[in-house]
Write a protein that binds this ligand. Structure first.
Ligand SMILES: [Fe+2]
Length: 356
């Protein structure tokens, strides 16, 4: 992704008129930069630039059209027209950027450790948000994806909102799919983490606290491991103890339980703990917490701010390669008074395919 970003920036700096000289030049430019090879990343850049060409062409056409119209107008009418166009443009931009409709975001990864495709639904950072009566909207979206497994990556229950919405969701998915859950920081901030875990457990959902568990799906074995949120160990009852060591202990225990030839997943709410995940032996780490960086600008900023990562965070949403361990970060499902900009709430679908 770093290369892609670099190339996009470089292309942005190229004189706009050059972009109109044709796609051939652009392909040539990328070929030179990448030693004659056209990679997947380059194809993406070409697609973005094609869109850019269409966009610039449309702007150019509209500009000419508006200018010719304005020429024939009185100054008063001209002023009205310009104000109208400005208001409509700003309005449209606001609607598009602040749209918070539920999105399904699919990712695919391949592994030699499975023989039949698996579909995993990842729900993270719901923060007790309600999607329709009894979570019907969210449940419908999950059902449509026909997942083999549901993973709950923390902050499902919020510390300041009523838990009913979250419990309604958990009740329904627990009866339909194998479900695994880990805590996020907000479950601990509520001061009722043990109670929440117990009620989730009572629904038939596996609560992971520094352990791995085996599951067989479509005749193939999988290992699902999970650690509590580190804020669980800064809770007042742990004061005076080696707090960071408690999380490390859980993480190391999961690592020790790994079986080499079985596809393994670690559920851990925190994406910023990449130093632990890199080359850890887990095939996939599932995280959330960053809320997509809250404010995103397509092609420019992958998030303005994320807790525990600060400004311009790096791990806000997507799949990251961490020396053989891949980490998928969900942008989360919460809706709150803080606007999400170009960052709609999402249900992540991870398709795991056998290597061809
Ligand atoms: Fe969180």
């Amino acid at each position: 992704m770093e290369t892609t970003r670099l190339i996009i920036w470089n292309i942005t700096l190229v004189d706009v008129s050059k972009l109109f000289e044709g796609l051939g030049d652009l392909v040539g430019l990328i070929r030179v930069r990448q030693g004659g090879r056209i990679s997947q990343e380059s194809k993406l850049v070409i697609a973005i630039c094609q869109m850019k060409q269409v966009f610039l062409g449309t702007v150019f056409f509209l500009h000419r059209f508006v200018c010719s119209m304005l020429k024939s107008m009185s100054p008063r009418r001209k002023k009205f027209m310009l104000t109208f166009v400005l208001v409509v443009t700003i309005g449209a931009l606001l609607v598009v950027s602040l749209w918070e409709g539920l999105t399904v975001r699919p990712y695919t990864l391949s592994t030699g450790k499975i023989s039949t495709k698996l579909t995993i639904a990842i729900l993270s950072d719901l923060h007790s948000t309600v999607y329709g009566e009894n979570q019907s909207v969210l449940l419908k979206k999950v059902k449509e994806q026909k997942p083999d497994l549901v993973l709950l990556a923390g902050d499902i229950v919020d510390d300041r909102r009523p838990a009913e919405g979250a419990i309604a969701l958990l009740k329904s998915i627990a009866t339909a799919y194998p479900c695994f859950y880990v805590t996020g920081n907000h479950e601990f901030w509520s001061g009722r983490a043990d109670e929440i875990k117990e009620s989730i457990r009572s629904l038939g959902i596996t609560v992971l606290e520094g352990r791995c568990t085996d599951i067989t799906l479509k005749g193939q074995q999988l290992q699902i491991c999970g650690v509590d949120d580190p804020d669980g160990f800064t809770h007042e009852r742990f004061y005076g103890e080696e707090i960071s060591a408690r999380w490390d202990e859980q993480f190391e225990r999961c690592k020790k339980e790994l079986k080499k030839n079985v596809f393994s997943i670690l559920l851990s709410h925190r994406p910023e703990r990449v130093a632990y995940y890199k080359g850890s032996g887990f095939d996939l780490v599932v995280s959330g917490h960053a809320h997509g960086g809250q404010i995103r600008i397509p092609g420019l900023i992958d998030g303005l701010y994320a807790p525990d990562q600060g400004l311009l965070p790096k791990y806000t949403g997507g799949v990251y390669d961490l020396r053989g361990t891949r980490m998928v970060v969900s942008r989360g499902l919460s809706r709150s008074f803080i606007p999400r900009v170009f960052n709609p709430p999402e249900l992540v679908i991870m398709n795991i395919e056998p290597l061809q």
